[in-house]
Design a protein around this ligand. Structure first.
Ligand code: ADP
Ligand code: ADP
Length: 234
């Protein structure tokens, strides 16, 4: 089953007299187990596309299917439930709660999904272990480096066992070495744990970790291809 399908998707922003076609006639399918980078210069439509892939926004024209269901036919509350179970989000700025420890931050989405306490604790601990932070469970964000904070946010995105991890410029706030470490974690989650990952980046070096490149220019998909360099990361 295709995880996400865009069928002739347009996103048009109307600002007074001015109309911006942020996405034009985009057709893509994302399957389980893919590691995709969405690449393109500033203003090419990457964020717009991420918001649509994450079902945080709706298209102006065309259809988006999440697990074969047209999101246009779903109520906001059904969509929100399906999104919570299906997609984990990673942001450039981590979005961790400063007053909470690493463990508490990762427990949060499990509590929202009303997972039983002991199972939640098990899942959160496991997720933090996967990103190599077993020894930082009780550190608050301010007691962690930027790279470690991003690893906590990746652990949080993993907590509810999502089918898709959506990462928007996950290394944008990190220096290049730490950025590569974080990309290495995403790469292993894909390669070893079979996670489906879609990330946005404007950094071609970091895009090399991904096995598929979707390149946007002026709101159009100008390339959609396998990246053979991905396997060089082993
Ligand atoms: P990228 O993430 O690649 O930088 P965006 O998706 O943010 O590109 O933007 C694509 C185009 O849509 C740009 O021309 C941008 O100015 C425009 N745009 C994005 N969001 C909005 C908005 N909320 N209102 C109006 N125009 C927008
Ligand atoms: P990196 O080299 O990964 O960016 P840092 O140099 O920022 O990491 O931090 C090195 C170590 O110091 C990390 O293990 C981190 O947990 C710890 N550390 C960083 N900042 C603090 C802090 N404010 N309080 C306690 N420990 C910290």
């Amino acid at each position: 089953e295709t995880l996400i399908e865009f069928r002739d998707v347009w996103k048009i922003y109307q600002m007074g007299e001015v109309q911006v076609d942020a996405l034009k006639n985009v057709c893509i399918e994302i399957e389980h187990g893919e590691f995709t980078a969405i690449i393109g210069p500033s203003g090419s439509g990457k964020s717009t596309m991420m918001n649509l892939v994450g079902c945080l926004d709706v298209p102006s024209k065309g259809d988006i299917f999440l697990k074969s269901r047209n999101i246009a036919d779903m109520t906001e509350s059904d969509l929100s439930t399906l999104r919570g179970k299906t997609i984990g989000f990673v942001f450039q700025q981590y979005n961790l709660i400063p007053g909470m420890t690493a463990l508490e931050n990762v427990l949060l989405p499990l509590e929202i999904q009303e997972v039983e306490d002991d199972i939640a604790l098990e899942k959160a601990t496991e997720a933090l272990e996967l990103v190599g932070l077993s020894d930082k469970l009780s550190n608050r964000p301010s007691q962690l480096s930027g790279g470690q904070q991003q690893r906590v946010s990746i652990a949080r995105s993993l907590a509810c066992d999502p089918e898709l991890i959506l990462a928007d410029e996950p290394t944008g706030a990190l220096d290049s070495k730490t950025g590569r470490d974080v990309m290495g974690i995403l790469y292993r989650l894909w390669k070893e744990k079979g996670k489906t990952i879609v990330m946005v980046t404007h950094d071609m070096d970091l895009a090399q970790y991904a096995a598929r490149h979707i390149v946007l220019k002026d709101g159009m998909v100008v390339r959609d291809e396998i990246n053979d360099n991905s396997s060089k990361n082993e």
